[in-house]
Design a protein around this ligand. Structure first.
Ligand code: AGP
Length: 610
């Protein structure tokens, strides 16, 4: 959740660290800090409460010059957001550390280190690690050895970067449960919790594996695995272009990412579908054999990715006739399961680093599932590395905390997977061709929806002064309604709940009055008539309706019923297309309310702690 960046170079590193933090701010934004070593006896440190801009102002006024440094942007776990709890944490004047993750046994270590005479200035678990490494350093006289011998004492999840003023030419990093990438430069090297942080300085990256420890110098990188064996980690090039993490002409990353959807949906289809069929070899050489043997699918994910999984369940059961269960990872990992024979375990994650999803995958690998398939957006992420089969979405970097293009590309990848599975389970070539042809139309249909932006912005004004809202959908549009509600609550802070429209009269109808806007997605499918009856139930109670409906569905605008007419869409691909107006609605409500759209309060993009 926090962001880490570090650099060792011939040049001053302050600018590299600050730019890295700006790019990592989506991971956490309650405080920020940096420590720089300049050859003197002390590490220089600056820390500020609030956003990276506050730190930037501080170091502009009092620069930290030096060729080695680490920096951090925080999402608080242990201890409130404050300057004292901000990273880097120090032990003595020379040792500085930044940390992403949680040290579960920090209290026990804290007591032990206090008894050894160490004084604590923060409430964080990280300061415990600083003192533990310092204690080892005093005994062993080598930063690398001090970090190495601290690791077995730590329980929990962490990515750490450590520097010491007495060793001004290297930094030591390690990871267990939290991501860490090394950026490979020429005569300089870098580390970060996400490669996006380092795109201005390099496009070559090495992903550390779980348990790795690395010694990073400007001209040398040495990595050892958990057993202490020297290892080489593959160097990969970043494929999306350095400007893919820039806002460009857009006011917010979220808006840019909404508008990128036609392009990235197309990119996710490329090489995987012809005009009329899915190319299952594109899912991996093992795919054909696997798909022949899958009798059940268990989908695991969190948040938006979970909603994608819920849509996929409708597709998998309808098109492939294969039973499918979907569960949020944080629930799945803590309960006993009955695993049907030949069950495929399918994880969906934008980041590939979500702690609960990874924990569920690791359990599943021991539990007798047929194989683990990942749908993921970040190459080299833990999820990708630990799964048997992977379908990469091609969304490119998603910076806005609220997921948009990741969701629609996940749906695209899931539909391609479903069609491949369905073909092994009797789907006719005609039906496959019909759906593939519908999929090819999706990028254009999404562009048509984007053209309705002005009208949706107009609609959003009605939400400005509301505190609650309901989102309704039926069938595969119910998860779309859930996703719409999640978007609205996370960026506008308006309470939003989603219900299957048929459930309305079983409880939530009691909430409906003129102060409760009700948003509904209504493609023209065999449930539309039933949905219209549900809308009547809302109108009869004075509820104001905002309906995104297929032109031909016959939903008419009248007093209290605002209708946005959408172009006709195939019922299978409708969840992808109908998501987009809800994204725009939430975006405009948030902009009107003046919230921080890209970095909503209390949230972080990648939830790498439990
Ligand atoms: C969505 O807008 C959220 N930011 C959040 O629900 C997110 O989808 C969830 O944390 C899962 O993340 P992942 O896809 O990276 O695993």
């Amino acid at each position: 959740m926090c962001g880490i960046v570090g650099a060792v170079s011939e040049r001053d590193v302050q600018g590299i660290l600050l730019e890295g933090l700006r790019r990592l701010e989506y991971r956490g934004y309650d405080s920020a800090g940096m420590a720089v070593i300049n050859g003197g006896p002390h590490a220089q440190r600056a820390r500020e409460l609030g956003k990276v801009s506050a730190l930037a102002e501080a170091v502009e006024a009092n620069p930290l010059n030096g060729h080695l440094g680490i920096a951090h942007t925080r999402w608080a776990t242990h201890g409130e957001p404050s300057q004292l709890n901000a990273h880097p944490h120090m032990s003595g004047d020379g040792l500085a550390i930044v940390h992403n993750g949680i040290i579960e046994n920090y209290q026990e270590l804290r007591d032990e280190l206090k008894a050894d005479g160490f004084e604590f200035t923060s409430q964080t678990d990280t300061e415990v690690v600083a003192h533990l490494i310092q204690k080892n350093y005093r005994e062993q006289g080598s930063l690398y050895d001090a970090v190495k011998s601290a690791i077995p004492r730590l329980r929990g999840a962490y990515a750490l970067a450590v520097v010491h003023a007495d060793e001004p030419d290297h930094l030591v990093v390690c990871r267990e449960g939290s991501p860490l990438v090394i950026g490979v430069g020429i005569g300089e090297n870098f580390i970060a919790s996400d490669q996006l942080a380092l795109l201005p300085v390099t496009d070559r990256f090495m992903f550390l594996e779980e348990g790795d420890i690395a010694d990073i110098r400007k001209d040398r990188i040495e990595i050892h695995d958990r057993e202490g064996t020297p290892v080489e980690r593959e160097t990969n090039r970043f494929e999306h272009g350095a400007d893919s993490a820039e806002k460009g002409e857009y006011r917010h990353f979220m808006l840019k990412e909404i508008y990128e959807q036609p392009k990235v949906i197309k990119a996710t289809m490329e090489g995987r579908v012809t005009d009329s069929r899915v190319l299952e070899q594109a899912l991996g050489t093992e795919a054909a054999n696997l798909l022949d043997n899958v009798r059940h699918v268990q989908i695991i994910a969190c948040g938006t990715s979970y909603h994608a999984g819920m849509v996929a369940r409708y597709w998998i059961e309808e098109l492939a006739g294969v039973p499918c269960s979907v569960e949020v990872a944080s629930e799945f990992r803590y309960r006993k399961h009955v695993i049907q024979p030949d069950t495929l375990f399918l994880c969906i994650s934008q980041s590939g680093e979500t702690a609960d999803t990874l924990a569920a995958l690791r359990q599943a690998k021991k539990a007798g599932f047929r194989a683990a398939l990942a749908i993921c957006n970040v190459p080299g992420s833990s999820l990708v590395r630990e799964s048997d089969l992977v379908i990469m979405t091609q969304a490119g970097p998603e910076i806005g905390v609220a997921s948009t293009k990741a969701f629609t590309t996940q749906l695209t990848a899931l539909l391609i997977f479903t069609l491949a599975l369905a073909r092994h389970n009797g789907l006719s070539a005609e039906r496959e061709a019909d759906i593939v042809s519908a999929l090819h139309q999706v990028p254009g249909q999404v562009s048509d929806i984007l053209a309705l932006n002005g009208g949706i912005e107009e609609m959003s004004r009605a939400f400005m002064d509301k505190f609650h809202s309901l989102f309704l959908g039926r069938g595969s549009q119910f998860p779309v309604a859930m996703e719409g509600a999640l978007k609205l609550k996370e960026i506008s802070y308006i309470h939003a709940e989603a219900y299957p429209a048929g459930e309305l009269k079983h409880g939530p109808l009691a909430l409906v009055d003129s102060e409760m806007p009700v948003v509904t997605v209504a493609p023209n499918n065999d449930l539309v008539e039933k949905l219209k009856s549900n809308l009547e139930e809302v109108r009869a109670r004075g509820g104001e309706l905002f309906v995104f409906a297929d032109k031909s569905a016959g939903v008419k605008a009248e007093e209290g019923v605002h209708v946005m007419q959408l172009p006709p869409v195939h019922e299978i691909t409708a969840p992808i297309v109908y998501t987009v107006p809800l994204q725009l609605l939430s975006y405009h409500v948030a902009v009107l309310k003046g919230t921080d759209v890209d970095q909503p309060r209390n949230l972080a993009k990648s939830v790498t702690v439990e």
